[in-house]
Design a protein around this ligand. Sequence first.
Ligand SMILES: Nc1ncnc2c1ncn2[C@@H]1O[C@H](COP(=O)(O)OP(=O)(O)O)[C@@H](O)[C@H]1O
Ligand SMILES: [Mg+2]
Length: 227
Amino acid sequence: MTAAKGLFLSFEGIDGCGKSTAIKGVAEKFSASGRNVVLTHEPTDGTIGKKIYDILLGRRRMIRPLELQKLYVEDRKEHIEKLIATSLAQNAIVMTDRFWHSTLAYGMIDEPLEILRKLHNEILGDDFVKPDITFILDLPPEKAFARMERTRNNLDFFEKIEKQKKIRENFIALVNAGVGTIEVIDALETPQEVVRSIWKQISASYLCSLALQNFCGLSANKIWLRA
Ligand SMILES: Nc1ncnc2c1ncn2[C@@H]1O[C@H](COP(=O)(O)OP(=O)(O)O)[C@@H](O)[C@H]1O
Ligand SMILES: [Mg+2]
């Protein structure tokens, strides 16, 4: 029998759209099926990732937008080498909370997509590992902020809303530009419904790859199909 193969999934969307909640729900489904699940996130907890957090949290001096993007991509290179590639080689289900689409969607506030993709290619080249599926959890920023119970009646709130609106638009621009294999998920739904939609897409994608590869070890992989 053929062993169940690894799968690489990324979860994207604005702050508070429900990424962590959805990842937890999908991970539970895979774990219940006996799969080895590796949960990870970007920026990572590595040296470069920590530098990024320090900058974002004001513990270090802010740098130019493109320099910041460069750090994200360098962090990703380390992330792929140290965790993602090795876990996939061991047939794990790897789920990352943010990956390259976040870098692009946030980076596009200051730089054109093409410049950002060029930077990505220069640093990662053939070492890049593309997610099998990227889930963009789409939600109006007002809803995300309400969920996060932020104070709404100050200037800071409106500034942040405007920025998040732009980022949400950038995520959709990436879908329209065909950057990667993306499924847009309606994150206005309940957490259960969000997980159900994601699971449906994972199952459909699995069935599709089965058909394409004329796969024989169906029974070993049936776990994918449990709803
Ligand atoms: N589908 C949903 N419907 C309603 N509330 C949600 C949903 N998904 C997440 N939440 C709540 O919204 C808040 C932000 O969710 P979270 O998963 O932390 O978002 P993210 O990781 O994208 O920042 C949390 O309080 C969470 O419980
Ligand atoms: Mg989160």
